[in-house]
Write a protein that binds this ligand. Structure first.
Ligand code: PMP
Length: 420
């Protein structure tokens, strides 16, 4: 394609960022589900800013709202002040998201990233219960600060000094209808807590583990986890940072399980435009913060409130987006079944919900190779899992059927090429 990362930039940017190495191009502009490079090449986007662009790049409705707001000298930084942009967002969130689902959670704006929302949740759970430990799962990803990293699993805990001493690690094994024995073990531990083991303050969980390899928890397993939390008075923290805002079909990923988490972390696609914004939803009885107890300069990203409000008004007034997501999800599932049948030699296993699908292979290096082959054919697609062993399909929810088929076709071609 002729595009590449210029040598001066390659030496300037830390090796810690992998995407710039995986995708050797300089991207300039994007709209909908397409990215364009400096050299005029076009790429279909099956990554969507790691789930931050559920409504696509530069969504025209959101863009218009933002431009009008800036044009009218709308406030860009308001700390905790009430602003009209914040008021509009809060009212829209209540009307379009909370009320229709019978949720009475309060909204806490945290620092601007998902990590910040998780950090606030962990701190609040400890404050509410007066206990310290938090139960978290294998393969979990919750963020990069020390607290959120302590509940994150695996190789990202590279640095020393992560305070994992208060983390109780449980197996994430709730697949299929019955699931594994992890929650039986947890229940046994809880029953034994009188003998010196502290009941955790909270359990933090993803309904689908995004970074951990697209592991999909069953409804039964989530319900059992929620009932364990209720019985032992542990707060259930649902990390909907990647799975929220419609990614799995409904606005919240836990809706289909009929559970009611105590705390919900939202970020990534909540602003809808790729603007930093994060929030914690908390049941009113847990709003025990004292004024100023958990602050942060960038809690009030007003331009993000504006695009978030436009996204709620445009996409969450009815079920159109949910229905489209479910249709497209089905399309992906069928396609992957066909590919699995065509290539038994790769031992392909697929799983997903909504527009979040993972493809695992017998050979752990295949996902990376397919990602690279796909890029050469005009598709941006990432891997996930501790060994990057799972190819992750994460397109904007607004993708058209034709674009979806085009991207899936590229994956199919890449797999054919590797099989040849
Ligand atoms: N929780 C989950 C489930 C995530 O997927 C991520 C980001 N990949 C985070 C938390 C952290 O969010 P951020 O990178 O915005 O801090």
């Amino acid at each position: 394609s002729g595009s590449a990362i210029p040598a001066d930039l390659a030496s300037l940017e830390s090796e810690v960022r992998s995407y710039s190495r995986a995708w050797p191009a300089v991207f300039r502009s994007a709209s909908g589900s397409r990215l364009r490079t400096d050299t005029g090449d076009s790429y279909l986007d099956f990554f969507a800013g790691a789930g931050s662009l559920n409504y696509g790049h530069n969504n025209p409705v959101l863009k218009r709202a933002l431009l009008e707001y800036l044009d009218a000298d709308g406030i860009t930084h308001g700390l905790d002040m009430m602003t009209s942009a914040k008021a509009d967002f809060l009212r829209a969130f209540q009307a379009k998201v909370l009320d229709p689902r019978g949720l009475d959670h309060k909204v806490q704006f945290t620092g601007p990233t998902g990590t910040n929302a998780v950090e606030a949740a962990l701190k609040l759970a400890r404050k509410v219960t007066g206990r310290h430990a938090v139960a978290a799962f294998t393969h979990a990803f919750h963020g990069m600060s020390l607290g959120s990293l302590a509940v994150t699993a695996g190789p990202k805990q590279a640095g020393a000094g992560i305070p994992v001493g208060h983390t109780l690690r449980l197996p994430y094994d709730g697949f299929g209808t019955s699931g594994g024995s992890g929650l039986d073990l947890f229940e046994e531990l809880l029953k034994d807590c009188g003998s010196g083991v502290e009941v955790p303050a909270a359990v933090i969980v993803e309904t689908v583990q995004g970074e951990g390899g697209v592991n999909v928890a069953s409804v039964d397993w989530l319900q059992r986890l929620a009932s364990l939390c209720e019985r032992w008075e542990m707060l259930l923290i649902l990390d909907d940072v990647q799975t929220g805002c419609g990614r799995t079909g409904h606005f919240f990923s836990f809706e289909s399980a009929g559970i009611r988490p105590d705390l919900v972390c939202l970020s990534k696609s909540i602003s809808g435009y790729g603007l930093p914004m994060a929030l914690l939803l908390l049941r009113p009885q847990f709003d025990v913060w004292k004024p100023g107890e958990h602050n942060g300069t960038f809690r009030g990203n007003n331009p993000a409130f504006v695009t978030a409000t436009a996204a709620l008004a445009n996409y969450w007034a009815d079920s159109t987006l949910t229905e489209a997501t479910e249709r497209n999800s089905h399309r992906i599932g069928e396609f992957l079944d066909r590919i699995a049948r065509a290539h038994p030699e790769f031992g392909l296993r697929s799983r997903g919900r909504g527009l979040m699908w993972g493809i695992a292979f017998d050979r752990p290096d295949l996902a990376r190779l397919i990602s690279r082959e796909s890029f050469a054919r005009g598709l941006v697609i990432e891997t996930s899992g501790a060994q990057s062993q799972v190819l992750k399909i994460l397109p904007p929810l607004t993708i058209t059927e034709a674009e979806l088929d085009e991207g899936l076709g590229v994956i199919g071609d890449a797999i054919d090429k590797l099989a040849a």
